[in-house]
Write a protein that binds this ligand. Structure first.
Ligand code: ATP
Ligand code: MG
Length: 399
């Protein structure tokens, strides 16, 4: 919705000026990506007094209501994938004198020793060139303060973007999260443990535009509720990036007991994993998810040697995405801190895979060995049992 008269009626209007990058490269599909980005922006801010959201020439502008604080809006925007950068901005008529007056008012309340003006014209029909705007506004700023012009490393940048019917002014530019809007990349089912890795894996796939359905396996009643509570809290954090989520909690303890009764100790973890994949795959089909996601990272633990990853993978007919496969633990930990999941992940719990498992798990296996080990298990029944016992929860943000 474009409201051209807006800038003249009630100026200056405050809002967030949003630039996108990767979406701009999408050619014919750009409309599809932009629509989703707009829907996500509205979802992320639905409890704030914001709007309308407009599309002025290759940008987005989300108006802020009188009572809305930038401190409230900023963290929301920093989690909407597809945003390259964003700024708290004023929009007003594209009139040089009005702009100068407004900028004078704004800078007189700020302290800075150096500045520059960075004007851009989206259309070349404006009477002054960008350089002329820079010089004119620069001179006006210098009239009211003693700051010097510094084009390379100024304390303050006065940014102006001039469009045919309006102009935007802002003084700071914040990094957006980049990536593609959630909802443009299909649905994936993520196997979410309570650990550090899988939430980061989910986050990375959301950043590529995917919507994630979460599946957590727990060993209640043989273990306490901690891992489930952690999974719920982790999904709560991750929901800030996709706004609504579904989490499946799958009781896995009884299934594990059957494995323990029939499979030798060193292969049990592989059996658990293969069963988890089978159950997750059924849930994925039900949810229309096209692939599975795990937090596996090559060589990190014994179940993640390339042989074991291959042996586990054969249990699934869906593709398995492992966005962390080439990352080391430090990199993953850093990302977990940025995402906001780290503090939850490090709460001690009893991961179901470590239950009923000897210290020495297999690091090397063959297809034949796996086949023989699985023979005494009624895989179809166990898979159906896990799926039937799964319990789902819905989470939303803002909640
Ligand atoms: P994480 O930090 O994600 O727990 P990890 O380094 O502990 O990973 P593993 O325990 O070998 O590695 O698990 C590998 C992957 O298997 C996890 O990243 C996750 O995707 C999946 N997984 C493991 N345990 C569970 C579980 N209880 N529920 C759901 N998925 C699980
Ligand atoms: Mg783990």
């Amino acid at each position: 919705m474009v409201r051209e008269g807006n800038a003249r009626r009630r100026e200056p209007v405050r809002g967030a000026l949003i630039h996108y990058h990767e979406i701009a490269l999408k050619g014919k599909n750009r409309g599809f990506f932009l629509k989703q980005l707009e829907a996500n922006l509205l979802a992320a801010t639905r409890d704030l007094d914001c709007g309308p959201l407009r599309r002025p020439a290759g940008r987005l502008f989300l108006e802020m209501g009188e009572g809305t604080l930038w401190e409230d809006l900023r963290p929301r925007l920093s989690r909407v994938f597809g945003i390259a950068n964003f700024s708290p901005a004023f929009v007003m008529a594209p009139d040089l004198e009005l702009l100068a007056k407004r900028i004078e008012e704004e800078v007189s309340g700020r302290s800075f020793r150096s500045f520059r003006v960075a004007a851009r014209r989206a259309f070349k029909t404006f009477p002054q060139t960008s350089q002329q705007i820079n010089e004119m506004i620069g001179a006006r700023v210098q009239r009211i303060c003693s700051a010097r012009v510094d084009l390379t490393n100024p304390d303050l940048t006065v940014a102006i973007e001039v469009l045919p019917n309006e102009a935007f002014v802002y003084f700071e530019k914040l990094h957006g999260p980049g990536g593609l809007p959630v909802g443009t990349g299909g649905t994936l089912a993520c196997l979410l443990s309570g650990g550090i890795d899988s939430p980061v894996a989910a986050h990375r796939m959301m950043k590529r535009g995917c919507r994630i359905v979460f599946v957590h396996f727990h060993s209640q009643p043989f273990a306490d509720r901690t891992s489930q509570d952690k999974a719920i809290e982790l999904v709560r954090v991750l929901t800030q990036y996709q706004f609504t989520s579904r989490l499946y909690l799958v009781p896995f303890g009884e299934i594990q007991q059957e494995v323990v009764a029939r499979v030798t100790g060193r292969l049990r973890v592989l059996m658990y994993r293969r069963l988890m994949l089978r159950i997750a795959e059924q849930i994925a089909h039900k949810e229309g998810a096209q692939a599975l996601v795990t937090g596996e990272s090559l060589g990190q633990v014994s179940s993640q040697t390339i042989e074991n990853i291959a042996a586990i993978e054969q249990a699934s007919t869906l593709p398995i995405l492992r966005p962390l496969i080439g990352m080391d633990k430090d990199e993953i930990t850093q990302q977990a801190q940025q995402v906001g999941s780290y503090e939850i992940s490090i709460i001690p719990d009893q991961d179901c895979c470590s239950m009923f498992t000897p210290r020495q798990a297999a690091t090397h296996t063959t297809h034949r060995e796996i086949e023989l080990a699985e023979r005494p298990l009624d895989l179809d029944r166990l898979t159906a049992q896990g799926q039937a016992a799964a319990h789902s929860l819905e989470l939303s943000f803002p909640g």
